[in-house]
Design a protein around this ligand. Structure first.
Ligand SMILES: C[S@@+](CC[C@H](N)C(=O)[O-])C[C@H]1O[C@@H](n2cnc3c(N)ncnc32)[C@H](O)[C@@H]1O
Length: 439
């Protein structure tokens, strides 16, 4: 006999409409300002294992090419759906996305999307949705030919302007990388295997991958795969981390016995990397977000590593620090995340131009507050996953102007401090690092 819980599970799993769930997720992101990384894992729990990847593909895909889909709908409908009917606007987008970007047979995409109206309890809208999608099919070739010239490279205008200004030579390359699906990078835990040895384990498991010549622990999978397919994932042999993010702990060069502050640490990708490199270092990991701090603890546990983990505001170190100075500090600062748009395409629509100045202020407040906690001759690495100079080279230039006891250490020039990495289609994410020494 089925228990109550499994009975409802059974009903849910057999009656949901995936396109309707995708439309709800997109509605939550675009109308309520929630992030895809919050919304999707929650909704994935309600669908079968087989549908989890498709839900992700539909939501990320629609958000990635949003201006194109908006333009298509504008050509097909005299008035956009508003208010309580807005969710059907996103259902139509999910339909057009499937017809344009997936290999789902058109009849199945159409039927499933139109049925979404029934499970959203508006069967009367079936005809409208069916009509718009069929009209799209009839005009698809012409519309697809026209759309590229009107979709602003799939970026909001303000962000495109910033990128074009900062990278007059490379902006197109950056935009192209932002519009791709991201590659999957692994960080091999050198406590168990070298990257070469782990590559052999991947080959045995029929997972195609390649080493990276610049980062000793990095491996790129030629095709992304679920983490439980990776040899020894549960035992901590490997972590999912982009190769550019791996550069932070490498640049910090932590050593056993040192006291290290990992500030803005959650979810702990870099905390665990520091400890893999120097397991006998004493690491204090701080983040302002209590929920995300839980993930630092989980990640440490999976990798069987130990750090002191606390919730705290980087601007107020006197509230959580003992007064002791640190040998090394990693500040992975809150930022616009404009270097990781391919992983989080919702950033394009959730960020506003006004946010950038606020972030620059927050970063400089944290930098200034934390600097006195670095020992003389100590090293501070400032990192962001941003490609905007305001948050990066200009931020560090201003910091060096304010602190005469700070000097750059092998990262850039005084005029253009730091190392700026731009996102590359098969390479790493966009990232910035500057290493500072205290005199
Ligand atoms: C780029 S993420 C950190 C990623 C992390 N270092 C890792 O490798 O997994 C930036 C973090 O800064 C945290 N943050 C934002 N404002 C903060 C503040 N005032 N003090 C401390 N942490 C803050 C956010 O909660 C977020 O977790």
């Amino acid at each position: 006999m089925l228990t109550t819980v499994s009975f409802f599970d059974h009903i849910m799993k057999n009656t949901y409409n995936l396109r309707n769930i995708a439309a709800k997720a997109i509605h939550q992101v675009l109308e309520q300002g929630q992030s895809l990384s919050t919304v999707i894992p929650e909704l994935q729990q309600r669908v079968s294992d087989k549908d989890k990847a498709l839900l992700q593909e539909l939501c990320f895909g629609v958000i990635r090419v949003l201006p194109q889909l908006e333009w298509f709908i504008g050509q097909l409908m005299a008035k956009p759906l508003k208010g309580k009917q807005r969710i059907f606007h996103y259902l139509i987008m999910v339909g057009i996305y499937q017809l344009t970007y997936t290999r789902i047979p058109a009849h199945a995409a159409l039927a499933e999307t139109v049925n979404g109206a029934i499970s959203l309890k508006r069967p009367q809208l079936k005809g409208l949705i069916n009509g718009v999608l069929r009209q799209f099919q009839r005009q698809q070739q012409t519309l697809v030919e026209q759309v590229n010239s009107v979709s602003c490279h799939l970026h909001p205008k303000w962000l495109l302007d910033h990128i074009q200004k900062a990278y007059p030579q490379d902006w197109q390359k950056i935009i192209d990388a932002n519009n791709q699906k991201p590659p999957m990078w692994l960080r091999v835990n050198q406590r168990y295997h070298s990257a070469n040895q782990y590559l052999a384990l991947l080959q045995e498991a029929n997972i195609e991958a390649e080493l990276d010549e610049n980062h000793p622990s990095a491996i790129r999978l030629l095709n992304p795969c679920p983490v439980n397919a990776l040899p020894g994932f549960d035992q901590g042999w490997v972590t999912i981390q982009d190769r550019s993010a791996q550069g932070c702990a490498e640049l910090l060069t932590p050593c056993d016995g040192e006291s290290i502050l990992d500030l803005c640490a959650a979810p702990g990708g870099k905390t665990t990397h520091i400890l893999e490199i120097a397991p006998k270092s004493k690491v204090l990991a701080i983040d302002i977000d209590e929920q995300r701090i839980k993930r630092v603890k989980e990640n440490l546990q999976r990798l069987n590593l130990h750090a002191v983990v606390k919730t705290g505001d980087g601007r107020l170190p006197h509230e959580w620090a003992t007064g002791e100075q640190f040998d090394r500090i990693l500040l992975d600062a809150p930022c616009s995340a404009t270097g990781v748009i391919r992983r989080h395409p919702d950033i394009k629509w959730l960020r506003r131009n006004e946010d950038i100045d606020q972030l620059v202020t927050l970063q400089s407040e944290i930098l200034d507050a934390i600097w006195p906690y670095l020992k003389k001759n100590g090293t501070l690495v400032y990192a962001t996953c941003s490609i905007l100079p305001h948050e990066n080279s200009q931020q560090i230039k201003a910091f060096l102007g304010r602190h005469t006891d700070a000097a750059l250490s092998d990262t850039g020039t005084l005029d253009k401090p730091g190392i700026q990495i731009i996102p590359e289609t098969t390479g790493g994410d966009g990232f910035f690092y500057a290493r500072l020494t205290k005199y």
